[in-house]
Design a protein around this ligand. Structure first.
Ligand SMILES: Cc1ncc(C[n+]2csc(CCOP(=O)(O)OP(=O)(O)O)c2C)c(N)n1
Ligand code: SF4
Ligand SMILES: [Mg+2]
Length: 320
């Protein structure tokens, strides 16, 4: 039976501030799940800690609210245990690029087939607006006593450098475009990263909705009603088409250079997509040939009331 958008909504109380960009991201995830008709018992949303972390309560699939900075560890474990499920991990820019940045890089190297969405608002929203890793040097959002003394992390560049095989950016107020990006990320057979620009009207008074609309700019951006433009409308080709070093290097460098564009023009869309490298599940099957037929989640864990699991054997076979 086809599922409707309303099937993916919950009646859990939502205390996000009015106008928060998080609402658009939740809508886009729900729309993507509904359009793909993904059964609710075959999908799970894992979230970190922060305003963004509450997302797992608002989407009517399995929801697991995890620990600050650790969302990717839970999400990868769930996918490896049961590769049949659709796994989406979500969290804030502080969660994923501050305390969780080690897991971000490690996840890129594994390339497990799941989608990771960062709600990128430049601040630690839940803890009242401290500077997050994506706030630019010298910017002073309203909770900061002094301008930011650190350079920012470039989430797109870091994802490309870490080995993510699908890297994209969306905007939380362009919900339909974001929904299409989320669908493409879910369909991608590998680790997909989505950096979503998400205005926080309560604590980030610099990167506001009006700022993204280019209201402070002269002519050109005002004419297109946005700083934001879509890569796909500029004939940008993010796809690695064939497995040769020169092609790979060209697509990686193109994405890295594009990721540096910020200010009067901000690109959104897919920066990089590589579907021709070996998959994590295939690499696992070199060690456990029947992994896909008999993944951990489908194995019996007890017989006649007694546990029959042998974790040491599993770890030995993985050589970890
Ligand atoms: C281990 C640990 N350290 C610190 C905190 C406090 N803390 C909660 S949320 C948060 C940051 C949230 O910022 P971000 O990840 O950007 O999410 P947002 O609220 O902006 O969506 C911090 C530091 C915590 N919960 N756990
Ligand atoms: S503090 Fe910012 S990110 Fe958090 S709910 Fe309010 S507007 Fe959204
Ligand atoms: Mg944040």
């Amino acid at each position: 039976m086809a599922l409707k958008l309303s099937d993916y909504k919950t009646d859990f109380h939502n205390d996000w501030c009015p106008g928060c960009g998080d609402f658009g991201i939740v809508n886009a995830i729900q729309m993507a799940l509904a359009e793909m008709n993904i059964p609710r018992d075959k999908a799970a949303i894992f979230s970190g800690i922060g305003c963004s972390g509450k997302t797992s309560h608002f989407i009517n699939v399995y929801g697991i609210h995890t620990l600050h900075g650790r969302v990717l560890t839970f999400a990868q474990g769930a996918k490896i245990a049961n590769p049949d499920n659709t796994i989406i991990a979500v969290g804030g820019d502080g969660d994923g690029l501050g305390i969780g940045v080690g897991h971000f890089v490690a996840a890129g190297r594994r390339d497990v087939d799941l989608t990771y969405i960062i709600f990128d608002n430049g601040v630690y929203g839940l803890t009242k607006g401290q500077a997050s890793p994506t706030l630019k040097l010298g910017e002073q959002t309203k909770s900061l006593p002094k301008p930011n003394t650190n350079y920012d992390v470039n989430p797109i560049g870091l994802a490309v450098a870490s080995g993510f095989t699908f890297v994209a950016r969306g905007y939380s107020y362009d919900v339909r475009h974001l929904k299409d990006l989320i669908k493409a990320a879910i369909q991608h057979k590998g680790l997909a990263f989505l950096d979503v620009l998400q205005p926080c009207p309560t604590y980030n008074d610099i990167n506001t909705r009006d700022w993204y609309a280019g209201e402070d700019l002269e002519k050109e951006a005002q004419e297109r009603h946005s700083r934001i433009y879509k890569l796909e409308e500029k004939r940008y080709d993010p796809v690695v088409h064939y497995s040769e070093e020169a092609e790979l290097n060209e697509k990686l460098s193109q994405a890295l250079i594009k990721s540096l564009e910020w200010g009067a023009s901000i690109p959104i869309g897919i920066f990089y997509k590589n579907e021709i490298i070996s998959r994590y599940a295939e690499r696992l099957m070199d060690k456990i040939p029947n992994y896909l037929e008999n993944p951990p989640a489908k194995q019996r864990i007890s017989k006649d009331g007694k546990p029959i699991t042998n974790v040491s054997k599993l770890l030995d076979s993985l050589q970890v």
